[in-house]
Design a protein around this ligand. Structure first.
Ligand SMILES: CCCCCCCCCCCCC/C=C/[C@@H](O)[C@H](CO)NC(=O)CCCCCCCCCCCCCCC
Ligand SMILES: Nc1ncnc2c1ncn2[C@@H]1O[C@H](COP(=O)(O)OP(=O)(O)OP(=O)(O)O)[C@@H](O)[C@H]1O
Ligand SMILES: [Ca+2]
Length: 543
């Protein structure tokens, strides 16, 4: 392809066969797309079919006869040359599939010219990974991880010429420990096949490794952590798959594999959790005390039930209706313009997250790795709570497609703190049901929601124990509520559910780190009708 006058980028235009007909095919670098149209279409089909170059998966020379149906007299006249373009086809509900189109021509050199031009353009897509490190949890979710990877994902990676080193984990923490040792810098990304727990392991391994290599002490709750630029891809094969669902819009292994192949990049906020200057965990989805902590604790004993364990323990925990007393102190997230009560959700190219990205870059320029010191005002809330949930993203999942906080942002440097105060079972059920329909789950007098950049929690029990350790009565009868023996008040602590894992301490200090890591995703796309897929399907009808 030659450069065009005026610095315009080149186009390759040819008349190529597609099915039985001859089509005008254009490789338009200026507009970044491959387009094909029938020069003499019936009026109703006079539309252009195109695929963005960024969504082409691969191009291959094709053994023509095997691939094509009867193309009539051409076959008898000459040997035909063909190439196949594999591309992303967008279906409903954010599902992506690999589709293909085969073009043919009589001249071998024309066919080669097309293959070369397309391959050169694919080479220029610099954000695409070439080498990946893959961890498969064979026991996550319904224990299908290995099969899903081998049957659905590996063939696509190989089509896209991505080379992989695959580790099938043998025990919990295998992936995390491995990431602290291997040469991670030779990979363009790390893929985890499993659920949110498996993702959490890989994230801890990667973030931990980067901090170690940069000399950052993770135990310091005020440390400015170093961003991790090695992207993580999630192939969902777990029980909840909330992180995949909230960042892609669906939990579907093929869709996720295609987002990895095209080299998508979605920054993600990460919250650090500390207790007494000791690092406990990172969280990207839910930090939940009370209801979700109790569900998790109960469900751990029922792992054999698979994903069903959460419904069973959810029902049990709902009936137990325990509430917990404690104090929350938080700093509001003043830097971000959104609110948890917004009607718009975080979507691909979100302007609120982009603003936070800019602020972060300016902040890093000004302060380097030092964390900005300004002590801002803390707000303090005491009370009796059925649930305390802090979410850095919406936490959408198949159980709740809009999530725990539908307007939470993936990368704005804040978390939504949701406080569900003591209320009747019936009201709590109404609150839960609203996670599954279009009604506003924050529109209850017993629910408060704040957008925060950090918070601390202390349970009443630990406050009392600290202030009066000699209170023997409390120690001996600690399991019961002495004031109201028949009520649901639980004088024992709940546990924190941190992205599906329990934390040992109930008193915690949490800080959101804006865009600390990156995923092979692009956020949830607005639900628009995809023109390329649409026109392609009408062509398929014609052929
Ligand atoms: C009446 C139906 C109400 C349905 C309400 C559904 C709300 C579902 C909200 C799901 C939020 C998921 C947040 C994600 C957390 C992940 O980091 C973590 C790791 O994978 N998963 C869990 O902790 C696993 C958490 C699993 C939570 C399951 C909750 C099921 C509640 C069932 C309550 C039944 C009450 C029925 C009364 C008749
Ligand atoms: N080979 C293994 N044997 C036992 N446990 C493992 C193994 N590999 C990983 N794990 C652990 O299994 C836990 C759960 O895995 P995973 O998240 O994949 O599935 P899940 O719990 O069913 O799904 P979800 O986290 O979405 O609820 C992870 O925390 C991980 O540490
Ligand atoms: Ca956020």
């Amino acid at each position: 392809m030659e450069r065009l006058p005026g610095g315009r980028r080149p186009r390759l235009v040819s008349s190529l066969g597609l099915g039985r007909r001859s089509w005008e095919v254009t490789l338009d670098e200026e507009r970044g797309r491959l387009a094909w149209r029938d020069p003499r279409p019936p009026r109703r089909l006079r539309e252009n079919c195109f695929v963005p170059i960024s969504e082409i998966i691969a191009v291959e020379e094709t053994e023509f006869n095997k691939k094509q149906r009867n193309i009539g007299r051409w076959q008898k006249m000459a040997k035909l040359h063909a190439f196949t373009v594999y591309y992303v086809k967008k279906a409903r509900n954010h599902r992506w599939r690999c589709s293909d189109v085969t073009f043919w021509c009589v001249e071998e050199h024309l066919c080669n010219q097309w293959i070369q031009a397309l391959k050169e353009l694919l080479e220029m897509q610099k954000s695409r990974p070439k080498q990946l490190l893959v961890y498969i949890n064979p026991y996550g979710g319904k224990r299908q991880g290995k099969r899903i990877y081998e049957q659905k994902v590996a063939p696509l990676f190989s089509l896209a010429s991505i080379s992989t080193d695959v580790v099938i984990t043998e025990h919990a923490n295998h992936a995390k420990d491995n990431l602290l040792e291997v040469n991670i810098y030779k990979y363009d990304g790390v893929v985890c096949v499993g659920g949110d727990g498996m993702f959490s392991e890989v994230m801890h391994g990667l973030i931990g490794r980067i901090q170690k290599d940069s000399g950052i002490d993770q135990n310091n709750p005020k440390a400015s952590l170093v961003q991790c630029n090695i992207r993580i891809g999630i192939i969902p094969a777990g029980s909840t798959d909330c992180i995949c669902y909230s960042t892609v819009g669906i939990s579907d292994p093929v869709t996720s594999a295609l987002h990895i192949i095209v080299g998508d990049c979605q920054p993600l906020d990460v919250s650090s959790v500390h207790h007494n200057n000791t690092f406990l965990k990172y969280s990207v989805s839910l930090l939940g005390y009370g209801f979700y902590g109790d569900i998790l604790k109960d469900s751990e004993k029922k792992r054999w039930m698979g994903p069903m364990r959460y419904d069973y323990s959810g029902f049990k925990t709902f009936l137990s209706h325990h509430y917990y007393e404690g104090t929350i102190a938080y700093q509001p997230a003043k830097h971000t313009h959104g609110s948890p009560r917004d009607k718009e959700s975080c979507r691909t190219g979100c302007h609120i997250c982009k603003k936070s990205e800019k602020q972060l870059a300016e902040q890093n320029k000004e302060h380097g790795l030092k964390h900005e010191g300004g002590e801002e005002e803390w707000k303090v809330i005491k009370g009796k709570f059925l649930a305390i949930n802090a979410v850095s993203m919406s936490c959408a999942c198949p159980r709740s497609p809009k999530g725990l906080s539908p307007a939470a942002h993936l990368a704005d440097g804040s978390a939504d703190l949701i406080l569900v105060r003591k209320c009747s079972r019936f009201d709590f059920l109404r609150y839960l049901v609203r996670h599954t329909n279009q009604d506003d789950q924050f529109d209850f007098p017993f629910v408060d929601v704040y957008r925060v950049k950090c918070f601390q929690f202390t349970s009443k029990l630990s406050e009392d124990n600290e202030s009066n350790v000699m209170d023997i009565g409390k120690k001996r009868f600690g399991q019961f509520c002495r004031d109201h023996p028949a009520c649901c008040c639980n004088i024992v602590n709940s546990t924190w559910n941190c992205d599906g894992e329990t934390l040992d301490s109930s008193a915690i200090e949490v800080r959101v780190h804006c865009q600390l890591m990156k995923l092979f995703a692009r956020g949830i796309e607005e639900n628009c009708k995809d023109e390329a897929a649409h026109s392609q399907s009408s062509i398929e009808q014609l052929l």
